[in-house]
Write a protein of this length. Structure first.
Length: 205
């Protein structure tokens, strides 16, 4: 694709690196930006720069936050005895959108995937164990996608926490095998949380 301007080409090259954005879509976005008032582009670039400079991760659950602790962990109405383990912040948003869960979360930052070079050390599993040791946790809910990597990660954490007196549960299999939480409709996801099952049973299904 030939560009009439090296500046346009550079902008397209950068935007095309975003997930789900091909070069044609990137070009449409660049041309759209050129049609907007200059202050629109300045606000957009300023918002992105501020995001990268000031965004934080919760010291407790590793959710994205504007402060040392996220608004879920600081909410006195949340049940801190229940921790829902998820892969990333998109899963927190998906579960929160159902309005069916009033506990807290722990964001792992991924799943164990040796083929991709991701082991337990690259995830926040040690921080999770520390939370269980220090806080009065009664239940741990496994809410990773039902993929091979998700099941492997669930079982690894289960073994690491098996010496603690905890109830282990998993979201029910209303979510199909291989599905990711962020793409599951709110009704199905909400039912999977509220109708969760013992983790030991989920391993047999």
């Amino acid at each position: 694709m030939d560009f009439p301007s090296s500046l346009v080409q550079k902008a397209v090259d950068e935007i095309a690196q975003l997930p789900g954005i091909g070069r044609r879509s990137a070009l449409r976005l660049v041309l759209h930006l050129l049609r907007q008032p200059k202050d629109f582009s300045e606000r957009l670039s300023g918002a992105i720069a501020t995001l990268r400079q000031e965004i934080r991760y919760c010291n407790t659950c590793h959710n994205i936050s504007d402060a040392p602790q996220c608004n879920i962990c600081t909410n006195p109405l949340r049940d801190r005895s229940v921790i829902c383990i998820v892969e990333d912040v998109r899963d927190v948003m998906a579960i929160e959108a159902t309005g069916q869960f009033r506990g807290t979360y722990h964001v792992l930052g991924g799943k164990i995937a040796p083929m991709d070079g991701i082991g337990p050390q690259q995830l926040t599993i040690d921080a999770l164990i520390e939370r269980v040791e220090k806080e009065k946790v009664k239940e741990v809910i496994f809410a990773l996608g039902s993929t091979m990597e998700g099941d492997t990660t669930n079982y690894y954490i289960f073994k690491k926490l098996s010496d603690f007196t905890l109830t282990f549960s998993a979201i029910s299999r209303g979510i199909g095998v291989g599905d990711e939480l962020e793409y599951t409709d709110e009704l199905t996801l909400g039912r999977s949380i509220s109708q969760r099952i013992p983790f030991e049973i989920s391993m047999k299904s």
